[in-house]
Design a protein around this ligand. Structure first.
Ligand SMILES: Nc1ncnc2c1ncn2[C@@H]1O[C@H](COP(=O)(O)OP(=O)(O)O)[C@@H](O)[C@H]1O
Ligand SMILES: [Mg+2]
Length: 369
């Protein structure tokens, strides 16, 4: 199998006609989602569980097994017994850091290849044995196939290393071009990135981190917060098949674009609904917590719990927070009201682990605690 030679961007012959309906509905759904996003006063805080969920699902596409619950419990000080699970969790937390890092970086300058390398360095930060070529574009030939199989049996052999920079330059220029439909441009940008496969590992995840960044820079979103991985994970086989077809068939671009736009349409609607449920939950809990505690700290406390829905009481302490005994009193009121549940009983020096149950269930879209 020879290294693949990617097409130069922009692509010349896309058949637009069959795409028109899905272009329209994907753009409509995304605009609706952005409307919801714009109505949220503090989306970074309120949608923080969705950000963590994206990190979990995007990493799961690549084979990590840790769940949202695993990550949140880890952050509340609970170590999972297996080493593999701990490494998964670390990668997921890195992923979330990279998402936030991208959001910060865009405040200062437009997206560029350096940022891409910085995000990669964060993603593979101190992930033992999984951090090959961290923060660097590859200088070796790589291939995609069954784990452990030689290049002869690869499904796909990305471009030769000596030409990676040339392809990336073309890709970066294309990213910044003004095209008639930004969503199609994004579909092509994501796929071409996967085809170039510029890193030794982490290409799938970096390619998905680019999605919200791109939408924000093209002004389809008011903030770089849009998460596609739930759909891609649920349709993983189709996702990979359609990418794989791009290396084989000439007319595969249309079915890839069709798939990608359908993903955006579905996921924008799902995200909008989920964001609204979380906002409603926040409003409802705010009233409840104020009514139950009559405390001036009701809202700061609730905010802390939204930022970290699984926690130990000591993690609620901090600036502008009440004294430790007061926190204990407030927490026990919320436990009695059923708002907080005990995930792990305290014993000896191990503190108890509490969970803001409804927030987790709303984020997961099902009863998990
Ligand atoms: N045949 C293929 N052609 C192009 N891209 C592919 C193909 N198969 C898989 N991919 C992409 O490659 C990603 C996996 O690459 P990898 O570098 O291991 O990323 P990560 O470490 O994030 O798993 C998949 O998520 C998918 O986006
Ligand atoms: Mg990988």
């Amino acid at each position: 199998m020879k290294p693949f030679v990617p097409e130069k961007l922009p692509l010349e012959n896309i058949a637009w006609e069959p795409l028109i309906p899905v272009i329209a509905s994907a753009n409509r759904s995304l605009a609706f989602f952005d409307g919801v996003l714009q109505g949220i006063s503090n989306p970074a805080l309120l949608l923080s569980p969705l950000t963590t969920q994206e990190a979990v699902l995007s990493s799961r596409i690549e084979g990590t097994e840790a769940s949202l619950g695993d990550v949140l419990r880890f952050e509340a000080g609970e170590q999972p017994p297996e080493m593999k699970r701990q490494e998964d969790i670390r990668e997921i937390i890195n992923y979330r850091r990279a998402l936030k890092q991208a959001e910060q970086a865009l405040k200062h300058k437009p997206f560029n290849l350096n940022l891409l390398k910085e995000l990669h360095a964060t993603l593979l930060d101190s992930v033992q044995g999984r951090n090959m070529g961290r923060g660097k574009f590859r200088t070796e030939q790589n291939w995609i196939g069954q784990p452990g199989t030689p290049i002869e049996q690869a499904y796909f052999v990305p471009p030769e290393p000596g030409r990676v920079m040339e392809y990336l330059d073309n890709w970066e220029k294309y990213y910044h071009m003004q095209q008639s439909d930004a969503l199609i441009q994004l579909a092509i940008t994501h796929a071409q990135f996967e085809i170039i496969h510029p890193f030794l590992d982490g290409n799938g995840r970096i390619g998905r981190i680019i999605i919200p960044i791109f939408l924000y820079e093209k002004r389809l979103l008011s903030r770089p917060m849009f998460y596609l991985s739930a759909y891609l994970e649920m349709h993983r086989d189709t996702y990979v098949d359609r990418l794989r077809a791009l290396g084989r068939e000439n007319d595969a671009w249309n079915s890839w674009i069709q798939f990608f736009l359908t993903a955006v349409e579905h996921q924008a609607r799902a995200n909008a609904e989920k964001a609204r449920s979380i906002i409603n939950l926040y409003g409802r809990l705010k009233e409840q917590v104020i009514a139950l505690t009559h405390s001036q700290f009701a809202v700061p406390l609730l905010d802390k719990m939204f930022a970290r829905p699984v926690f130990q009481i000591s993690q609620l302490e901090g600036k502008n927070m009440p004294t430790r005994p007061m926190i204990h009193g407030l927490v026990s009121t919320l436990k009695d009201a059923g708002i907080l549940k005990v995930l792990r009983k305290g014993s000896g020096r191990r503190g108890q682990v509490l969970v803001l149950a409804e927030l987790i269930n709303t984020t997961e879209g099902k009863q998990v605690v």
